[in-house]
Design a protein around this ligand. Structure first.
Ligand code: FES
Ligand code: FES
Length: 128
């Protein structure tokens, strides 16, 4: 791993900007990494135009999963929920500065995306 990115990951892990809870929130969702049992929850506030106005994450996990959650949450504020559905594994790896990861660490890195998408599609289902 590139030293600069190692630092970015450790920094987001130790000093996350978006760790916490939102109460009230419009959407929250939680899930776990089946490989380790680490648990992540994401909270979103979404305005009437579908724009994410605020977001937080909470939970436990390794440095990669927590840094990924902090970076993902940071990156979605100001975006339309519809656009978040198009967010891919590559987008998350980009945020973290990886081109690819082994399967175990990939699950860690993508836990936040899994939780985010679970929440978004859950809301959609609830509306239908
Ligand atoms: Fe997740 Fe090591 S970073 S297992
Ligand atoms: Fe559990 Fe990485 S080891 S999320």
């Amino acid at each position: 791993m590139d030293d600069m990115y190692r630092e970015i990951i450790l920094d987001h892990y130790k000093n996350p900007s978006y760790k916490g809870e939102l109460d009230p929130c419009d959407l929250s969702f939680e899930d776990e990494n089946p490989l380790c049992g680490d648990h992540l929850k994401i909270f979103l506030r979404v305005n009437e135009n579908g724009i994410v106005t605020d977001a937080r994450f909470n939970g436990h996990g390794c440095a990669i999963s927590q840094a990924s959650a902090d970076l993902v949450v940071e990156s979605i504020i100001g975006k339309n929920v519809e656009d978040l559905k198009k967010m891919t594994k590559e987008d998350v790896l980009d945020l973290l500065g990886f081109e690819d990861l082994g399967p175990v660490r990939l699950k860690c890195a993508l836990l936040s995306l899994k939780v985010l998408k679970g929440g978004i599609y859950g809301v959609k289902d609830a509306e239908e």
